[in-house]
Design a protein around this ligand. Structure first.
Ligand SMILES: [Zn+2]
Length: 353
């Protein structure tokens, strides 16, 4: 079932617009976010004192290796700072930012609408639930129908009494192994997709099998896989064959950690996951292109902490436009290919069906 007034349109916090108006789009960002729940206590006693320090010069070097071990680093709460940061994307030619924040990530719908109005950028807002560890366990007793109902309401009526509506289902958080509530959350996403025609974005558990495991749950529930994107491919699926297995299902593969070059180790349990650098990301995207899956690639920076902001020495929201696109062109991807990845694929994915 689709919603007549949304068909072919993308839904921004300022209302539906034609998919062709999205322009250059960052498919997975966080404009305002409270990631305090994702804080991990440092193991070394000497580091524990740094965990509650404000992000400033004295901890920046340490944070490069321990981004999730400092609470302040996980809080993108200052509206003026975030407005200035996203304006850099606009200045670089960007038009649309997808804020994947939802329940668990401190979604602030009114602030997103204000930032969209001030900057003139389109902002598409998420819905549904992030990972179980980001949530109050009181929500775990919700049924699939209840969760699906909430998502459908966010899309058709708006969040709470704001009238501000979500334009996607996601990022739906899953852990490794998948938590029971997260399974319900995935099933609810499929149900809500069937009722609205909205795209689904999944945050896979931190394991090479995270995406395919979530994909099988979605498939069994009858999801339209051509309307599903798997986030963080560059932090999860590190073999070409693993990526092909996902691509053959018809879903989107999202390289959304551009700028992040592995200064700190990423682990799946005790096994290290090798985070690629930007050049390797580009080569992997070229491999997908050669395998016939160019129309299934999305890219972004997934800005989740202060140290990724320009203000704190990071690369910010304009990194792809200003630095990655020239790298792509230099490595043989044509302007047409770049436009497919940054304009055409997001237009298709974020337009309701
Ligand atoms: Zn994520």
């Amino acid at each position: 079932m689709s919603i007549p007034w949304l068909m072919g349109k993308a839904q921004t916090v300022q209302g539906p617009i034609d998919g062709t108006e999205l322009g250059v789009t960052l498919a997975h960002e966080h404009v305002l976010m409270d990631g305090s729940a994702l804080y991990a206590e440092p193991s070394a006693s000497s580091d524990k004192g740094r965990a509650f320090r404000p992000v400033d010069w004295d901890v920046l070097g340490w944070l490069r290796y321990h981004p999730f071990e400092n609470v302040d680093n996980l809080r993108l709460l200052d509206e003026d700072t975030m407005t200035q940061e996203v304006m850099q994307f606009k200045a670089a030619g960007g038009r649309t930012i997808v804020d994947q924040g939802n329940n668990g990530l401190g979604r602030d719908v009114n602030a997103l609408a204000r930032i969209s109005r001030i900057t003139g950028l389109n902002i598409i807002m998420g819905s549904g639930y992030y990972t179980a560890n980001s949530l109050n366990p009181a929500v775990f007793s919700k049924t699939v129908d209840e969760i699906a109902g909430e998502i459908v309401r966010d899309i058709t009526e708006g969040v709470g009494l704001t009238g501000i509506k979500s334009g996607l289902i996601g990022e739906i958080g899953t852990s490794w192994p998948i938590h029971e509530f997260e399974k319900k959350s995935l099933l609810a996403a499929v149900k809500a997709q069937r009722e609205t025609g909205a795209p689904i974005n999944v945050h896979p558990g931190r394991h090479p099998l995270g995406p395919i495991t979530a994909a099988k749950i979605l498939l069994d529930a009858g999801a339209d896989m051509s309307r599903v994107a798997f986030s963080h491919i560059d932090g999860r699926v590190r073999t070409h064959e693993g990526r092909m297995e996902l691509a053959r299902l018809g879903c989107y593969l999202e390289y959304d950690l551009f700028g992040y070059e592995g200064h700190f180790p990423v682990f799946a349990g005790s096994d290290p996951i090798d985070l690629p650098n930007d050049t390797t990301r580009i080569y992997e995207i070229r491999d997908l292109l050669e395998a016939g899956y160019l129309d299934r690639v999305l890219i972004s920076h997934d800005i989740v902490c202060k140290t990724k902001l320009v203000r704190y020495g990071g690369w910010g929201y304009a990194h792809i436009s200003n630095y990655v696109v020239p790298m792509m062109l230099k490595r043989g991807l044509s302007r047409e290919v770049v436009d497919t990845i940054m304009i055409e694929n997001p237009r298709r994915f974020f337009s309701f069906v």
